[in-house]
Design a binder for this molecule. Structure first.
Ligand SMILES: CC(C)(COP(=O)(O)OP(=O)(O)OC[C@H]1O[C@@H](n2cnc3c(N)ncnc32)[C@H](O)[C@@H]1OP(=O)(O)O)[C@@H](O)C(=O)NCCC(=O)NCCS
Length: 160
């Protein structure tokens, strides 16, 4: 399995993760956002079928209000806090339950770490699509914002 930036040679139409909003975002928005510099999408493909997307995630730079962080982390920080946001994570239904979601998440964490080495940032933020997805991220050490159970945070100390 390879994880590389999304390009025009990837088949976005054939991707189905079981959630329309995530399929449509990949088909209609991901490339436009990438061209405009709003986010960057990375796709997992098999060597045998390099155009077929098995899974994807998208990263953006983020600035969050301190109130979204757990109290212990928010101390001595300014009101607006920089980080990296994992906007979307999805795996094609043909590949569910084989660890690809975890592989993509680890790849996203490594990229976030590299961004933070070069530009700073307090951690990785994630918008979970629902409570079940929030539970998926919690397995990896993400913690929910005190005011929003679908906004989760993994601090830089854990990323490092
Ligand atoms: C959530 C998702 C990315 C997980 O990818 P995956 O490759 O199937 O996951 P992994 O193989 O790494 O892990 C499988 C585990 O995730 C759990 N899981 C599967 N779908 C899940 C979901 N939608 N939410 C939370 N957990 C989920 C499975 O129950 C399984 O648990 P187990 O290890 O106890 O059996 C994938 O199911 C998906 O794309 N779902 C639709 C889109 C979505 O809900 N995205 C959430 C991010 S916003």
């Amino acid at each position: 399995m390879q994880i590389t930036p999304l390009t025009g040679s990837h088949d976005r139409q054939g991707f189905d993760c079981g959630r329309d909003e995530l399929n449509i975002w990949l088909r209609q928005v991901a490339r436009q956002h990438q061209t405009k510099g709003l986010s960057k999408t990375f796709v997992a493909t098999l060597d045998a079928e390099p155009s077929r997307i098995c899974g994807y995630y998208a990263l953006t730079l983020a600035e969050l209000e301190g109130r979204h962080l757990p109290l212990a982390w928010r101390k001595k920080l300014p009101q607006r806090i920089p980080g990296v946001r994992l906007g979307r994570l999805a795996v094609d239904v043909r590949h569910h339950g084989k660890g690809l979601g975890e592989l993509l998440l680890m790849d996203a964490l490594h990229r976030a770490q590299r961004i933070q080495v070069e530009a700073g940032g307090v951690g990785l933020f994630v918008d979970a699509i629902d409570e079940r997805a929030a539970g998926y991220y919690q397995r990896f050490g993400f913690q929910c914002a005190p005011d929003n159970a679908l906004l989760l945070f993994l601090p830089t100390q854990i990323l490092a």
